[in-house]
Design a protein around this ligand. Structure first.
Ligand code: GLY
Ligand code: MN
Ligand code: MN
Length: 434
């Protein structure tokens, strides 16, 4: 999947937008789990986006202006460490493999960073993202300032590089969409597998294991976020991740799970009956959420603004809440009062990309931004009914969410997670066959 030109082109595009100055981008540090064990390493999304380089202890400096160049600092080759921990590129091999103009050992960063900063007008840096790095950068700047009597000047302006990078990352290239489609396909097959294996009496974590099995066997090395496998009333806990309860006959099972592939997230939610057959009340609410999702997907197209899918889903849901006796009044009055929040308390989607809740502004100049081809977002209405005096008892403890990933195209959108069944008929048919 790795194509060096893709990453080189992104650096070039960023350098052009900087116009002049120097940019610093650090990779994520390794994080200790306990003693000498680490959490599985995950690179920083910005760093990966610009480099494709996946080793920790790495740093990029980009120089814009008359003599643009991109510079990578990485770990030296170290045979002793490689015997224990595995291959490292080292500056020499990284230079050609990752298409940099210069590479240096990371151990020289404190020595060389001030040199690259000297006589630059502006510094692009993610101020506040990592306070220890901020301190280091401040030290480098002071280093440059201390040389002012030799005529060397320090940047007089600091700009948050994320302003440029977030906008770039918001619009996916065909290369990125290929990765996202592949991730979506794996996740959709994992949801199918979950529907096929689920039986009353199983534990939620047994179903979680089936999801992970499907992710890993297709080459994904990690879920994009902790899977939610929530039976019955657990589905009404929006961020439920305990996944340790028994699945009961007659309950619904809500699964929110997606794999990460080549750094890109997928994010799917499906809700289905543990027994394979929806009850009448479950089906009523399920069909309502599905109708809300279709209404929202209809609004995922160029010309619509960010909030239109949410507004469409909300309108449909509120109409249903009133029809089912969950809310009282007109649709407009229930939306105005916010009474619907008892049953629908989150928004209908988010940008999706290298991060599950991906970067990118939702508003520009105070207005919801318009959808444009290449943007990728989720569409995920839901309905969560906790026991309450104002709620008919047959709806108690039903939690439903249906979530797909959509790419905005010139005509409308491409739902890249469509292979995960979601109509009542398709779900019941698949479960009946299994
Ligand atoms: N799985 C996280 C979300 O749906 O936003
Ligand atoms: Mn989501
Ligand atoms: Mn989700």
């Amino acid at each position: 999947m790795f194509e060096v030109e893709q990453f080189r082109a992104r650096r070039q595009q960023l350098i052009e937008q900087m116009e002049e100055g120097v940019a610093f981008i650090a990779n994520a540090p390794e994080v200790t789990r306990n003693r000498d064990s680490h959490y599985p390493y995950r690179f920083d999304s910005y760093f990966y986006y610009l480099t494709g380089f996946q080793e920790p202890e790495a740093f990029v400096i980009l120089i814009a202006g008359k003599h643009p160049k991109s510079i990578l600092f990485c770990r030296d080759k170290d045979i002793e460490r490689e015997i224990w921990d595995g291959f490292r590129y080292g500056p020499e091999t990284a230079l050609s493999t990752f298409g940099f103009d210069e590479t240096y050992p990371i151990s020289r960063l404190d020595e060389l960073a001030p040199k690259f900063l000297g006589n630059q007008t502006q510094l692009f840096h993610s101020l506040g993202a990592d306070t220890s790095l901020d301190q280091r950068v401040a030290g480098w700047l002071n280093d440059v300032r201390s040389q002012s009597r030799s005529g060397i000047t320090a940047p007089h302006k600091t700009i948050d590089i994320r302003v440029l990078l977030d906008e770039m990352r918001l619009f996916k290239t065909e290369y990125e969409l290929c990765a996202m489609r592949a991730a979506a396909e794996i996740s959709a097959s994992a949801h199918q597998r979950a529907m096929q294996v689920t039986r009353p009496g199983m534990m939620e974590y047994e179903v979680e294991a089936e999801l992970l099995h499907e992710f890993y066997r297709h080459g994904s090395r990690a879920p994009a976020y902790t899977s939610i496998v929530a039976g019955g009333s657990n589905a009404c806990v929006l961020h439920y991740i305990a996944n340790d309860a028994v699945l009961k006959d007659g309950d619904l099972l809500l699964i929110d799970a997606g794999c990460e592939l080549h750094g890109y997230a997928s994010d799917i939610t499906r809700t289905f009956p543990v027994s394979g057959k929806f009850s009448a009340a479950q089906k009523d609410l399920y069909e309502l959420v599905l109708a809300a999702q279709f209404a929202a997907i209809e609004k995922v197209r160029p010309g619509c603004h960010w909030n239109e899918p949410h507004e469409a889903a909300l309108h449909t849901l509120v109409r249903g809440f009133i029809d089912f006796g969950l809310c009282k009044g007109t649709v407009d009055a229930v939306i105005e009062s916010g009474d619907y929040r008892q049953f629908y308390m989150h928004r209908t989607g988010h940008w999706l990309g290298l991060d599950v809740h991906d970067v990118g502004e939702y508003k520009q100049h105070g207005e919801w931004r318009h959808l444009r081809p290449g943007m990728v977002l989720t569409v995920e209405p839901g309905c969560y009914v906790r026991p309450a005096a104002n709620v008919p008892e047959h709806f108690w403890n039903i939690g439903i969410r249906i979530e797909d990933d959509a790419v905005v195209t010139s005509q409308g959108c491409e739902v890249i997670t469509a292979a995960a069944p979601k109509s009542v008929m398709d779900i019941e048919a698949l479960m009946a066959q299994s």
